[in-house]
Design a protein around this ligand. Sequence first.
Ligand code: LHQ
Length: 266
Amino acid sequence: MPKPTTEESVLVKKENGVAWITINRPEVLNALNTDVIWKLRDALDDAERDPQVRCVVIGGEGRAFSAGADLQSLKKRQRQAEISFMEHLKEETNPLISKMRNMDKPIISMINGVAAGAGMSLALAADLKVMAEGARFVEAFAKIGLIPDAGATFLLARSFGISKAMELALTGDGIDAEEAKRLGAVNKVVPPDQLEKETRILAERLAKGPKGIGLAKRAMNKALVSDLDTALDYEAHLQEIVASSEDFKEGVSAFNDKRPARFQGK
Ligand code: LHQ
């Protein structure tokens, strides 16, 4: 599929070791069209490669996080018979979700407002979630006759527990920030005017963390889909790698010197 080139539908800013990636289509609640999906993927690839970036934040401009697939452009592509949903998912959306889970840098979703459909999947695919009071998730797929996608069938039960996940998937209903927090699906719920500040504190803290953070993410994700013996083996394998990192040496020295560690992410 060709890679579109429209500018500015995704904004990227790098500051203090954090890449801030913002979906910038507020007039359609940051709906995800092909262009946005490719730009998110490019921004993540760049953040993954850039040694200065040690944490990523994904957010949305305006009053929404993301309303999911762009239903206007979907309709147009359907009319022009140029869309296979399977092709779209496999070539465009799925690699974005896989990248988020598989890259060895922590990702925070900063959920400023509604996150619906694939927008909800995007928010849940992050490693940590900070949500504004009044924001909500809407598992919108059932409302328009689709099944949950963009990883929702994997992420929902792991985020909310199977009963709530099934309810959301089958009804298409929404869930507010407070209930999402109570069920353990998000890490923090904060007043809207504190959202960016609280996210920044967390992101900059992670950006000062050791190399081991990225490998911890990898091990935790692998353990979600493996048995205990596989998880134990994989921990041992990754611990061997991280034990030769500069950050581990620094961590032990700092402990013995009774001073804060200065990690380089190496
Ligand atoms: C939108 C959208 C939108 C375009 C609001 N698109 N314009 C699907 C198919 C194929 C393959 C790949 O994967 C997928 C995955 C999916 O994500 S399917 C699910 C797609 N998303 C939805 O069904 C959600 C649709 N939106 C809504 O239900 C509501 O807009 C929510 C609950 C998100 C927010 O409601 P409100 O706060 O009441 O806002 P609103 O409905 O008034 O929307 C504001 C504007 O944004 C409006 O435009 P307008 O010109 O009237 O101001 C909407 O048309 C536009 N918009 N979502 N997904």
